[in-house]
Design a protein around this ligand. Sequence first.
Ligand SMILES: *[C@@H]1O[C@H](CO)[C@@H](O)[C@H](O)[C@H]1NC(C)=O
Ligand SMILES: *[C@@H]1O[C@H](CO)[C@@H](O)[C@H](O)[C@H]1NC(C)=O
Length: 311
Amino acid sequence: MKIYLANILTILASASTVLCGGYVLQDNIIGSGFYNAFTFENIADPTSGRVNYVDQATAQSQNLSYASSNDFILRADSWTVLNPSGPGRNSFRIRSIKTYTTAVMVFDIRHMPEGCGTWPAVWTTDESNWPNGGEVDILEGVNNLAPNTATLHTASGCTMPSSRTQLGTASGLDCNSATGCTVHFPTTQSYGSQFNAGGGGWYAMERTSSDIRVWFWPRNGAVPSDIQNGATTINTDNWGTPAADFPNTDCNYAQYFDAHNIIINLTFCGQWAGVVYSQDGCPGTCTDYVNNDPSAFSNAYFDFGSLRVFE
Ligand SMILES: *[C@@H]1O[C@H](CO)[C@@H](O)[C@H](O)[C@H]1NC(C)=O
Ligand SMILES: *[C@@H]1O[C@H](CO)[C@@H](O)[C@H](O)[C@H]1NC(C)=O
């Protein structure tokens, strides 16, 4: 009888944990573990960037990707002057083998790509069903221009309320199509050289059946203890107000979002970085810069401490 009661109490305790924002570690991806969890996509950039996404063998042989026991590096070529009529600058695009629906992803990032012409992104989508299966951009920006922007892209009919519980500022409430519904983060530390100057930090994205939320904590700021300590159970209720909040008020998540892979890529110029390149204060033309100034891309790299996924 005692045993049964203990079991019941355990079940009740774990059920209430789940309902209250508690999650358990499922995937703890560190160092060379990224090579098991992700595949390199050597595809043409759909947004026509001045980029050449290489395969894993090329990435490792050119040290564009490198893993140690606690770092995973992804970088662009920063030594080759390009032939203007040849392929773009070597870079990376990796996609997780697993897909996730309701989950919390915590990215410990020590350094992110910075510089004119760069367009890095950490995001989730179902590539075979875009845009109907939705897209969640967690970390994205161009030309080193802070702050970070988080964005949803969906099929038509999904919109966000103007009033939300978030620290960031919404621009665009219609998540449909190319523009999407964007939230600008509250601090410039969330992106580019200012992110890197502080040693980076943690990005976390929580997706439930009713909400998508994104947090950012700079490394030397106030960080929730479960994030800081790499705990195996986390509780998003203790994380405070997110930088971006996308509630399902006017968007049926079951209809607009399916199971997503995680994608991490770095392109150059293209339909976003290229278009606003001059207005962002960058020199010459984007394509010339990418072709002719390899050393300008020596800081165009990600250094991940870990990616931990909780369900
Ligand atoms: C590859 O990159 C890593 C990380 O930046 C560096 O520590 C290592 O020395 C590089 N290896 C070679 C052969 O250049
Ligand atoms: C990453 O890939 C997506 C979709 O294929 C594309 O829209 C985006 O421009 C790429 N971003 C980067 C940073 O490569």
